[in-house]
Design a protein around this ligand. Structure first.
Ligand code: IDP
Length: 139
């Protein structure tokens, strides 16, 4: 089934000029980048986006990291795009990420792990709507 998922190239990666290399991994995996924009998240945007983690000890650090430098927000489209992108990203902790995954190749740590990808189709829809209108997504 063709799906859309939401992706963020995080500040640790944009800071190191890795946007192009990460996009190459995404495209080589058969996912199409059907919307993309560079943006500096506000503290409110980052807090809302990660609200599900509000009680976790790393929440403050996560919000700080996500707002430190620009990010690239994207919509990816393809067969089973949600699960496929999670596979391409690799495990949250780069030490546990499989060879060839984005996080294995580029992540610095469990916090600064280079990319975000939606964890369900339902959340993908909610996250996409936080950053893109339908007319900005060109499949
Ligand atoms: P995911 O990004 O692989 O879906 P989640 O568990 O949803 O992982 O966590 C969201 C983000 O919070 C992670 O990508 C990472 O940046 C950060 N994070 C998760 N666990 C830790 C931790 O133990 N220490 C610091 N940051 C963490």
């Amino acid at each position: 089934m063709t799906e859309r998922t939401f992706s963020i190239i995080k500040p640790d990666a944009t800071r190191r000029n890795l946007t192009g290399k990460i996009n190459a991994v995404i495209e080589d995996a058969g996912l199409r980048i059907v919307a993309q924009r560079r943006v500096k998240l506000t503290t409110d945007q980052a807090k809302t986006f990660y609200a599900v983690h509000a009680e976790r000890p790393f929440y403050g650090e996560l919000v700080e990291q996500m707002t430190a430098e620009p990010v690239v927000v994207q919509v990816l489209e393809g067969e089973n795009a949600v699960a496929r992108y999670r596979e391409v990203m690799g495990a949250t902790n780069p030490e546990q990420a499989a060879e060839g995954t984005i996080r294995k190749q580029f992540a610095l740590s469990i916090g600064e792990n280079s990319v975000h990808g939606s964890d369900s189709l339902e959340n993908a829809k909610i996250e996409i709507e936080q950053f893109f209108t339908e007319d900005q997504i060109v499949g």
